[in-house]
Write a protein that binds this ligand. Structure first.
Ligand code: FES
Length: 113
């Protein structure tokens, strides 16, 4: 048993890709993007902090996601900004792999009121 929210089977997210989980599923203020980087899974708020692009539609390389709109980059491990034009970190959520099931534990600071 785990306290995370089931969001997908591991097979649902091929390596180098991501899916967007609706905020209604996770109870968060933003949708969550779940990434597969070389078989490791990470979860960040989906909306880029520069404008409003979906990070789930970005490119993943070496632990970083590049925003599809203006190429700002964020660390998949902690959401920290790696490259302009974004200047504000994106929120990071904990991921638990329960067998083939991906569970997300939402960051408490990002729960919907
Ligand atoms: S919207 Fe993401 S870098 Fe501009």
């Amino acid at each position: 048993m785990s306290d995370g929210i089931f969001v997908a089977e591991a097979a649902d997210i091929p390596e180098g890709e991501a899916i967007r989980i609706d905020a209604a599923v996770t109870g968060t203020v933003d949708d969550i993007a779940v990434f597969n980087d070389g078989g490791e899974f990470f979860a960040l708020d989906d909306t880029c902090t520069h404008e409003t692009a979906s990070l789930a539609e970005g490119w993943i390389e070496d632990g970083v996601v590049e925003c599809p709109l203006h190429a700002g980059k964020f660390c998949l491990r902690d959401g920290s900004v790696q490259s302009m034009p974004a200047t504000v970190d994106v929120a990071c959520h904990r991921v638990i792999l329960d067998g083939d099931r991906i569970l997300v534990v939402p960051n408490p600071e990002r729960l919907a009121p």
